[in-house]
Design a protein around this ligand. Structure first.
Ligand code: ATP
Ligand code: MG
Length: 559
């Protein structure tokens, strides 16, 4: 299967079982899902799982999926996030149904349903302080106790709730609570707060409101307003399903969505919490939300991940109710497989030393150009011309004066094949004052480009770049940002940030054809890894390349 096609592959999991059953029994006659991010940060790989599932289900069942901003907390939300989230969803290859939705555009309706609950004696204005509310709530072992304000009359509650709306109460001085059961075994059912006072300007509604509905009240009603059939969230909300159902069962709204929970994606060495990611961004620990070491969607994109590789990852991890943690290598293999199949090959020397072909220009050593395939298996990716001259760059790690048999690269007195070029034999070298090799002199085997030559059996192949025809670029090498496989569980996140996780090479030598590479183009730099053109810092004068992923999974190679 080509990776590009994977967005239309039918999936099968416990949610599709539920949907199949609902359709069969006539409980639903269509599928309507939604992806409901809170615009308080950029999307991460965990969100990709939810996006692929919700939009994927809509596609699979010929239904719809809405994009809805769950924007009920004006303090943390921002237009920058609203824009980045839309960009990321589209980049992942999905189209939402109709206009973008906002929970905030339902504030009038939500307020109306709150009045309905008050009128039915099912909600009351509480004037306990935040701390007292917590204290009265009890614990998992002990029931809570009723607030002294719980039995106010409907009239009194209506009047007080209007006063809340009119800004007559300071923050924390009053809230609206559902009247359910302070002894419920489910903490979320112990008279949960429905509305609180917040004097903050909202990104969408500006200063129209100073009371804001809580998630549990907003989400189910927003789902119902939009006619969502299957509302999928993560397992932490399992208990909250009681509240979801309680609200919908007690208000006069026709549509009746249902909530289903799946396990969240936890990925090793990766943060899947906007709050924690925000900490790294705010404190300048990383280069913004799109730092290529982060597993945000924008970070992965900048790193060189294709949308298809992220969708493929989400397909492979599947959807279950079992909590587990996925290894980073599972994500990496998806992009590696994609790039192995689709990325053009090129040559780049990251730590250059000079290689001089002493007999260049003599009989049989005069060829200055070779036309080579851009991909070993995909002729449709075309060809390019590589140039050769008397001076070439090779990587310093590819030459040793002396080495044992395991060393399959260039050593004095021995031969290697230059990739796409001559067979060469090292004859001497020059060193600087520190004893570091700076120049290697070689003799090329005449007429050896693209052919075997009697009596010459080079043990290895090394890559090169023409020292008289190249571009210079910055290359960013990345390793894991965190030293702990579960950074989200570490109290002091800074204690597990690896400050050496970015290595910058300023003067890498790249073959001249890469001058035409465009932002986000990906390449396999032969023998080095997969790289892409950085979209943030590449300029007309200088290209910047980011390491996407190594050629092989080093963990597997070593084990
Ligand atoms: P965060 O802690 O990063 O803010 P969140 O769950 O609060 O996560 P939302 O913006 O509210 O973030 O999430 C939007 C949707 O994405 C929700 O339906 C949520 O269940 C889902 N989601 C968030 N994180 C994950 C994850 N790690 N795995 C699967 N789904 C996730
Ligand atoms: Mg959240």
């Amino acid at each position: 299967m080509a990776l590009e096609d994977n967005s239309s592959v039918a999936i099968h999991n416990f949610i599709t079982d539920i949907i199949d059953n609902d359709l069969k029994e006539g409980k639903e006659d269509h599928v309507a899902t939604r992806f409901p991010p809170e615009p308080n940060g950029y999307l991460h790989i965990g969100h990709a799982k939810s996006i692929c599932l919700n939009f994927g289900l809509a596609k699979q069942y010929n239904g719809t999926c809405n994009l809805r901003f769950d924007d009920t907390n004006p303090v943390k939300e921002d237009v920058e996030y609203i824009n980045s989230i839309q960009k990321d969803v589209q980049w992942l290859g999905f189209t939402w149904n109709g206009e973008v939705r906002y929970s905030s555009s339902y504030f009038d309706q939500l307020f109306g349903y709150a009045l309905e609950l008050i009128n039915k004696g099912l909600a009351y204005v509480d004037e306990l302080s935040v701390d007292e509310i917590r204290e009265y709530r009890g614990t998992l072992k002990e029931p809570g106790k009723n607030s002294p304000y719980r039995d106010r009359s409907v009239e009194e509650n209506l009047a007080l709730f209007m006063q809340m709306k009119e800004g007559k109460f300071q923050e924390g001085k009053a809230c609206l609570r559902a009247k359910i059961d302070m002894a419920s075994p489910y903490m979320c059912m112990r008279d949960p707060v429905l509305y609180r006072v917040r004097f903050a300007t909202h990104a969408m509604t500006q200063d129209k409101w100073c009371i804001y509905p809580m998630y549990d009240f907003t989400h189910c009603i927003s789902d119902a307003i939009e006619g969502i059939t299957h509302s999928i969230c993560t397992l932490e909300f399992q208990d909250n399903r009681r509240l979801y159902d309680w609200v919908l069962d007690n208000i006069s709204i026709k549509s009746r969505p249902h909530q289903y929970e799946m396990s969240r994606l936890n990925l090793e060495y990766s943060l899947t919490s906007k709050r924690k990611l925000n900490f790294l961004v705010e404190n300048g620990i990383v280069d913004g939300w799109d730092d290529p070491r982060l597993t945000t969607i924008s970070g992965l994109r900048r790193r060189g991940y294709s949308a298809a590789s992220i969708r493929e990852f989400c397909r492979r991890i599947g959807v279950t109710k079992q909590e587990n943690t996925v290894e980073m290598s599972a994500l990496e293999s998806c992009v590696r497989e994609d790039l192995n199949a689709n990325a053009k090959r090129a040559m780049a020397v990251l730590h250059p030393i000079l290689l001089v072909i002493d007999n260049f220009g003599q009989e049989g050593v005069t060829q200055t150009q070779v036309e080579v395939a851009n991909h070993p298996e995909k002729a449709e990716l075309g060809t390019r011309t590589i140039t050769i001259s008397k001076e070439l760059y090779i990587d310093e790690a590819d030459f040793k004066e002396e080495a044992n048999k395991q060393y399959k690269r260039l050593k004095l007195g021995h031969e290697v094949r230059l990739r796409h070029g001559y067979i060469v034999k090292a004859v001497s070298c020059e060193k600087d004052e520190n004893g570091k090799v700076t120049v290697v002199h070689v003799e090329a085997v005449p007429n050896s480009i693209g052919k075997d030559v009697e009596g010459h059996k080079p043990k290895g192949v090394i890559h090169f770049v023409d020292a008289n025809n190249y571009i210079e670029a910055q290359v960013n090498l990345y390793s894991k940002l965190f030293t702990d496989p579960n950074p989200g569980s570490v109290d002091d996140i800074m204690s597990c940030v690896d400050k050496n996780s970015l290595t910058i090479i300023n003067n890498a030598k790249l073959e001249a054809s890469l001058a035409n590479a465009k932002v986000l183009d990906t390449f396999q730099f032969e023998r080095e890894g997969y790289f892409c053109v950085d979209e943030k810092y590449t300029t007309a004068e200088k290209k910047v390349f980011n390491l996407t992923v190594a050629l092989r999974d080093t963990k597997k190679v070593n084990s």
